[in-house]
Structures are given as structure tokens and as C-alpha cells.
Write a protein that binds this ligand. Structure first.
Ligand SMILES: [Zn+2]
Length: 249
């Protein structure tokens, strides 16, 4: 690591759980982040600043004025421009040392899988169930860790499905897909701005802990925040023995 990098990341390197080695792991890692909205904004800013070497960020949507209240990556001058393009520009400003790959098109499962195969961690920062179930299946098939976050109203939640471990439950175990075409999108509802920041940052922390192999992840647990009363709860997420995705049936 050259001197400039040592200085940039010195407050990580000073941490006994990270040190030089750990920072090198972050620099050599690749994270796939799906969704450059509110969750993705907060998560990607910390990932980029922390020196995650490669970040692939996917979003086919364009920046809208109504996004700017909470999607802090995007600014007025990017209204009407694709969010992955806006995200790449903002993240490169934050840390020119990291490689940002912006994917502007809507990917099908096979295309997403091809990208996911190359990464260390998959982050679901999306706002719809179709993407959530697809990413769950892809991460399970590839045996990659999936860090899942969601926020709506004043509430948010985070969990980790670490498919490198046999014991890990999956998103389908937690929220069985009824097969109904529910399009409950965050973007169609009210969202208290800081909640997406809190949840997105928590996702970034979990993703980086997985890369650093530090502490205990949220695998098997759902962290729930009700911000009106500022109540944090941790619920157990058991593996469903009859799950259609992860039960091997
Ligand atoms: Zn499952």
C-alpha cells in the first residue's frame, strides 16, 4: 500500500480487528449493490469511502426530484439521468481509488447471476419483492452472502443470509413468497428520510464485517428498527425445513 492509501485508511488500520491486512482485504473485494435509491445511497457512500476496491451498482431508474429527500447520492443536476450513472459520478468523487461499475439496464436473472458470480458480497438495496426473491435465489445458487435491507414509513429492517453456511436461512424462509404479484414499493409510499440512511449504513457495516471476518453477522437474525419510538429489536430467523429455495427438497 502506498503512503497516500495508508493515510486515507489509517483509522481503519489502527483498529486491531482490521489493521493493514484487513484493509487490504477491503481493497481487494468486490461488492454488488442492487438499487441506487435511499438504502443504496447510504450503503455505497460508506463502502466507497472505506476503500472497497470494486463496487458494481445496478439501477435502471432515473433520478426524480421526489428522490432527493432521502437518496443522498443524487443531486439536482442529475434529475432525469440514470441512477447508476449518477451514483458512479458521486462515488468517484468520494473516493477516486475505488472502481465503480454502473449498470444502467434492467438485468434478467442470468445477467445478474453472471455479475454476482464475480463478487464477494451481494447487497439487496432494492424496493420490490421481485428483485428480493430473485437475488435470494441467485445468492443461494452461487453460495454467496446476501445482505438484505428494507425501509418503509418510519421502520426498517436488516438481515444477512450467508449461503456459504449450510445453516443459514434465506429470504424466502423469512418472507414466504405467496406467489401473488405484490408490488409494494417503497417509492410509492412515504419514507422518513433518515431511516434509509440508518438501514443502508447497517447493511454496509454487515457487508464489510463479512469481508473482514469480524464479529458475528446478522445471519439467522432480523434487526428491526421502529424509529418513532427508536426501538431496536432482534428477531430470530429460523431456517424453514420446507423452504422452496433452501431446504434441498
Ligand atoms: Zn429458505
Amino acid at each position: 500500500m502506498i503512503d497516500k492509501k495508508l493515510i486515507r485508511y489509517s483509522r481503519h488500520i489502527l483498529l486491531p480487528d482490521i489493521e493493514y491486512e484487513g484493509q487490504l482485504n477491503l481493497i481487494n473485494s468486490h461488492i454488488l449493490l442492487v438499487g441506487a435509491g435511499g438504502l443504496g445511497s447510504a450503503a455505497s457512500i460508506y463502502l466507497a469511502a472505506s476503500g472497497i476496491g470494486k463496487i458494481t451498482i445496478c439501477d435502471f431508474d432515473n433520478v426524480d426530484l421526489s428522490n432527493l429527500q432521502r437518496q443522498i447520492l443524487h443531486t439536482d443536476k442529475f434529475i432525469g439521468i440514470n441512477k447508476a450513472v449518477s451514483a458512479k459520478s458521486a462515488l468517484e468523487e468520494i473516493n477516486p481509488e475505488v472502481k465503480i461499475f454502473g449498470i444502467e439496464k434492467r438485468l434478467d436473472i442470468e445477467e445478474m447471476k453472471k455479475i454476482a458470480r464475480e463478487v464477494d458480497v451481494i447487497m439487496d438495496c432494492s424496493d420490490n419483492f421481485l428483485t428480493r426473491y430473485s437475488l435470494n435465489q441467485i445468492a443461494y445458487d452461487l453460495k454467496k452472502p446476501l445482505v438484505s435491507g428494507a425501509a418503509i414509513g418510519f421502520d426498517g429492517q436488516v438481515s444477512v443470509f450467508d449461503f456459504r453456511e449450510q445453516a443459514s436461512p434465506c429470504y424466502q424462509c423469512l418472507f414466504p413468497d405467496s406467489g401473488e404479484d405484490e408490488e409494494l414499493r417503497c417509492s410509492d409510499h412515504g419514507v422518513f428520510s433518515p431511516i434509509v440512511g440508518i438501514i443502508g449504513c447497517t447493511q454496509a457495516a454487515e457487508a464489510m464485517k463479512l469481508i473482514l471476518k469480524v464479529g458475528k453477522s446478522l445471519m439467522g437474525r432480523l434487526l428491526v428498527l421502529e424509529s418513532k419510538d427508536m426501538n431496536w429489536k432482534t428477531l430470530k430467523v429460523p431456517k424453514d425445513p420446507n423452504c422452496i429455495v433452501c431446504s434441498n427438497k
